[in-house]
Structures are given as C-alpha cells and as structure tokens.
Design a protein around this ligand. Structure first.
Ligand code: FAD
Ligand code: E0Q
Length: 460
C-alpha cells in the first residue's frame, strides 16, 4: 500500500436497521472501537408489546453461532434456544420419521425466538458502547455531503453520517438511496402464513409433538413446517403458491376455506391448532423473493449487508446465519484494513458476493427438496449412500447440507463440491435398486480417484 495515498480512515459508523444483522454488526464494530449509531424505524423491540405478542422463531446454525461467539453472547442465546436434531417428516398416513441433520448431537441446530435474540443483541451492542435511536426511519441520504435524513413519523431531521451501513432488510431504504446497484428481484411465486400449535395444558409435558426437531409436512407443491419454542408451543408456517393453481393462497378466501384445506392435507397438524381460524385471520400472507445486486457499496461511504444486500428464500434456514457471517467478515476486514472503508468494503463484496449467490441458489433448491424429495425413494437412497461414503471416507465426502449448516466452508465451495458429489452418487447408484447392491469399497475408490480431499475435513 502506498503511503502517499490518503486513506479514508473511519472512527464513526452509522448503521441503518436494528434487526438481527444490524444489532450484531453494531456490537462487533463497537467492540472493535468504532463509534456506532444505529437508527431503527420501529420502536424498541425490548419493550413489552412489541411484535404483537406473537413468537416467531428461526433456526440458528454454526455460521450464526460462530459470529455470536465472537461477541460473547453465544451461551446466553443457546440458554434460550431449543435444540433440533433433525427434521421430523410427516407423510400422509405414515408415522413421523426423524432424518438427522448431523452425525450426532454435536451437530444440531437451534430454534431461537426472533424477538428474544434481537433484544439480547441490542443489549449486547449497548453494553459494547453503541447508541440506538428507535422510531427513526431513514428516508434519504446525501452521500457526497455525508448526511442522512431520518423521520420519526412526524418530522424529518438531518444527521451527519460519513460512513453508512445498511442493515435495513429486504426492503432497504438505504439501497434505494444508493441509486442504481444493478438490482434484480426474483419473486418465488409462493407465499407463507404463520400459525401456532399452543403448548399443552400439562406443565410436565408442554410439547404436543417431538420438541427436539424441525417438523415438516411435505406435500409436493407446498408444505408446512413447525419449529419449537421454549414454552412448549410451535410456530407453524405454511408455504403455498400465491396464485395460479389449486391449491393456492388466492383460492383460500377465509379461515373456513383454510380449515377445509388443512383438514384434507394436514389433518394431524390441524388437530393440534385449537385457535386455527382466529390465527389464520390474524396473520397476513408474506411473500418470498431472492434479491441480487451487482454492487453492494458506494466507495467507502455506504455498504449493504444482510437481507438488504442479498435477501434469499428461507428454505435452508440460512438467511440470518449468512447475515451474521457477513457481520463477522465486515468487522474482520475493517480491522485488516485499519478502518479504510474503501478497501474494506471492496474486499467485503469480493469475498461475500459469490457466497451470497451460492446460498441463494441452495436455498431455492432446498424448497424442492423439502416439499417433494424428503419423501422420495431415490432421494433417500442417495442420502443413505452419501452417509455411508461420509462414514468410510470422511476426507473425501461430506453431505452438502452438513457443509452449509455445520462448517465454515464458503457457501460457494459447498455448492460446487455438492454438485460434484451428487454427480458421483447418481453414477454409483445407476442400475441399482437399493444401496446394499453398491460395492462400497469400489465406490470409495472411485470417490477418491474422482474428487480431491475436502479442505482440512472442512470442520473448524
Ligand atoms: P431484518 O431482520 O429484516 O431487519 C431489518 C431491520 O431494519 C428491521 O428492524 C426494520 O424495522 C429496520 N428498517 C427497515 N427499514 C428501515 C428504515 N428505512 N430505517 C431504519 N430502519 C429500517 N434465517 C435463518 O437463518 N434461519 C431461519 O430459520 C430463517 N427462517 C425464516 C423464515 C421466514 C418465513 C423468513 C421470511 C425468513 C427466514 N429467515 C431465516 C431469514 C431471516 O429472517 C433474515 O435473513 C434476517 O432477518 C435478516 O436480518 P436483517 O437484519 O438483514 O434484516
Ligand atoms: C433447516 C433449518 C424456514 C426453514 C428453516 C430451516 C429449514 C427449513 C426446511 C425451513 C432446512 C432443512 N431447514 O431442514 O433442510 O435446516 O432451518 Cl422451511
């Protein structure tokens, strides 16, 4: 680096959005010694009544946990989480069956309350020295003047902000203010609606279905899932086409139609939801899309992270995890570049964009896998052979799900390696009706001859 070039070295940073990623990045940057101000459109989520009293949960996996460990908050978060060992697949008429996520209980994921995690991270950021300003929405920004405009719903005011980080989610106002970033939004055409399985009345057995699992009711073109909460309840999500077919949200006009649909397709789940009609009417449909941008930053003045830069569909449970990995990468790069935001932001985009693109692809693929394939015999054969190869040749085979969920291998590597492994599995299974027909010694030899070893076994 040339000593004669003036560098823009930053001491203070403005974050837009105090959601999951904004609160985490504020913590990490404040801990690194930056002066951090966070502006959030909504009221303080730690105050009673915020979130409307509903518990929405999400799956926390290794990438997200790793970033939380850096803040010292991981143990506190896990103390409020419910362990999920695998997905419990509910097929029509069959017994629910658990498909383990990892090799043993060291490889599990965690169901955490969105509001609880958000509040805890805001507390951590404040402890680290960050200042929060709630009820303050970004409305525009003048990056040349180093000024942003905020609205409290009544009036606008300007504040100085020479470096701005947009963690304001999929509908980011900072992204709009940044001008043409080569934006492409790809709607999925499917939406979601949240329901609840309440806890049982028996305090000694509060969970009405297996607590330590992510439940899935796959039905081909659509599906339901349920994630456990600490109090014994489950948050249920129905994923369904928005319109253009049967069934679709467009054809379900009222709670009674929804009940008829559930009685036919998800009767066991419906039995667990005594407040179904009220729940259905109270929660609007959400839509799903993937967001791609060509550029995530304006020199060293503005940068987008988390959903604001790369919103994805939720079917791999990695949106927050990826955003948390973003936050840790940004803090590391700002340190490596000594606060030079021009260099750090460019390095951030170069490092993270290929990985964000890869998880976007894998998340879309996982919808098909979840709603369709988890009950498909060919899929189950591939899964079984994959597990056997992973057991026999751990240096050369690791299921893609495991790379994504339990390692820090770059998402782009997981996508590429997963494709190569999948091609091999198809080849090995060709002409065989069952996995027991496959000669495993020969399969391992082919695997080792075809693919290079995994980097450092990919763990750690
Ligand atoms: P957000 O959480 O959207 O936060 C953005 C914040 O910015 C909000 O607080 C908002 O109020 C604020 N804001 C917005 N506009 C402004 C403005 N103009 N000025 C100031 N503030 C503003 N991810 C997982 O890892 N695991 C899962 O299991 C999982 N499940 C999901 C299920 C569903 C149905 C959906 C939709 C998503 C799921 N995700 C999951 C993805 C996850 O929710 C997101 O990736 C994550 O919330 C992104 O965090 P964020 O902080 O970038 O954005
Ligand atoms: C996970 C954990 C919303 C959501 C969140 C998730 C997962 C799924 C299906 C969904 C993927 C999986 N998964 O089970 O393969 O692992 O987070 Cl729909």
């Amino acid at each position: 680096m040339s000593a004669s070039l003036p560098r823009q070295v930053t001491k203070s940073i403005t974050v837009i959005g105090a959601g999951l990623v904004g609160a985490l990045v504020a913590t990490l940057l404040a801990q690194a010694g930056f002066e951090v101000d966070v502006f959030e459109k909504r009221p303080d989520p730690r105050r009673a009544g915020a979130g409307g009293g509903r518990s929405i949960n999400l799956a926390l996996a290794e990438r997200g946990l790793h970033a939380l460990r850096a803040t010292g908050q991981a143990d506190r978060v896990l103390a409020q989480a419910v362990m999920m060992r695998g997905r419990m697949v509910h097929t029509p008429g069959g017994q629910p069956a658990l498909q383990r996520y990892g090799v043993d209980d060291s490889e599990v994921i965690w169901s955490v309350s969105r509001g609880g995690l958000n509040g805890l991270m805001i507390d951590a950021a404040i402890d680290a020295g960050a200042r929060f300003h709630f009820g303050q929405a970004l409305v525009r920004a003048d990056f040349n003047a180093g000024r942003i405009t905020l609205s409290d719903g009544q009036a606008n005011r300007d504040v100085e902000a020479s470096v701005v980080i947009g963690a304001d989610g999929a509908g980011s106002a900072l992204r709009t203010a940044m001008g043409d970033l080569g934006e492409r939004i790809q709607p999925l055409g499917h939406g979601y609606r949240e329901l609840e399985i309440p806890s049982s009345k028996d305090p000694s057995a509060p969970f009405r279905i297996e607590p330590n699992a992510l439940h899935i009711w796959p039905r081909g073109g659509y599906m339901c899932i349920a994630l456990p909460n600490r109090d014994g309840s489950f948050t249920v999500t129905l994923f369904l086409p928005v319109d253009g077919g049967t069934p679709s949200f467009a054809q379900i006009h009222q709670a009674a139609d929804a009940r008829t649909f559930f009685a036919r397709e998800f009767p066991d789940a419906l039995d667990l939801m005594p407040d179904f009609d009220q729940d259905w009417s109270g929660h609007p449909m959400g839509t799903l899309a993937t967001l791609y941008l060509d550029r995530w930053h304006l020199g060293g003045r503005a940068l987008l992270i988390g959903d604001a830069a790369h919103a994805i569909v939720p079917f791999h449970g990695q949106g927050m995890n990826c955003g948390f990995e973003d936050a840790a990468a940004l803090a590391r790069l700002l340190g490596q570049h000594h606060g030079d935001t021009v260099a750090a932001f460019a390095a951030f985009q170069a490092e993270r964009k290929p990985n964000a693109d890869a998880i976007a692809t894998m998340a879309l693929e996982n919808y098909i896998e979840m709603r369709d394939s988890v009950a498909d015999p060919h899929y189950l054969r591939k899964r079984e052979l994959g597990s056997l190869l992973a057991e026999r040749a751990p240096s050369h085979y690791m299921p893609r799900y495991r790379m994504v969920t339990f390692t820090h291998l770059p998402y782009a590597y997981a996508l590429e390696r997963g494709l190569a492994q999948d091609t091999l599995l198809e080849q090995l299974l060709k002409g065989h009706g069952t996995v027991s027909e496959v000669n495993l010694d020969a399969a391992v030899a082919t695997l080792k001859a075809t693919l290079p070893p995994l980097p450092g076994h990919g763990l750690g």
